[in-house]
Design a binder for this molecule. Structure first.
Ligand code: 5GP
Length: 191
């Protein structure tokens, strides 16, 4: 990679808004993009592995990292589950010239955007409506009824922030939405 410092790309959307598909495709299409693996205290879902999807930590381990200032940003939500972006993961890759992809929630995205300014591109991926989001989350089948309810409640709040990021892309048709994401990212990388 070049010696030029990299930049940050943030995919923001409510849970079920389509981030994971976009993330996967961006990583396939752009070799200069690396995914920033976050830390979390939630249990791994089927098929998820430690160090690839998340660093799965106990609450004590997570708190210790908070205490040591190892997070760029972190939050506690969904009934006490903690999520955080590791400073070392992001900074190491930025210094190597990579573009770092963050899959984080609305507040985390606002914080990172504030820290990095024009060195960060924040794309809000919006589901066409709350009803569609509800259907997608239910169809995914990964959440129990309690988690589904809390995620939906949070999603409704998060949708209110949709106009506060650099770009908003409505994820109605996946191919169409992805081609807009790809174009936006490509312009940012080459700017
Ligand atoms: P999930 O449990 O579905 O993997 O993620 C739930 C939410 O946490 C998603 O909106 C995801 O983007 C967000 N998230 C994942 N990692 C982080 C992080 O490091 N920081 C913040 N603020 N949110 C995160």
């Amino acid at each position: 990679m070049s010696k030029k410092r990299g930049k940050i790309i943030i995919l923001v959307s409510p849970s079920g808004g389509g981030k994971s598909t976009m993330k996967k495709r961006l990583l396939e299409d752009f070799e200069q993009i690396h995914f920033s693996v976050s830390a979390t205290t939630r249990e791994p879902r089927e098929g998820e592995s430690d160090g690839t999807d998340y660093y799965f930590l106990s609450r004590d381990e997570f708190r210790e990292k908070v205490r040591k200032g190892e997070f760029l940003e972190w939050e506690e939500f969904y009934n006490g589950t903690m999520y955080g972006t590791l400073r070392s993961v992001v900074e190491n890759d930025l210094n190597k010239g990579y573009f770092i992809l963050l899959d984080i929630d609305v507040l985390g995205a606002k914080n990172v955007k504030q820290m990095y300014g024009s060195d960060a591109l924040a794309i809000f991926l919006s589901p066409p409506s709350i009803d569609v989001l509800k259907e997608r989350l239910a169809a995914r089948g990964t959440e129990d009824p309690y988690s589904l309810r809390t995620r939906l409640k949070r999603a409704e709040k998060e949708m209110a922030y949709s106009d506060q990021f650099d770009t908003k892309i409505i994820n109605d048709d996946l191919e169409e939405a992805y081609s807009k994401v790809r174009e936006t990212v490509s312009t940012f990388i080459n700017s």
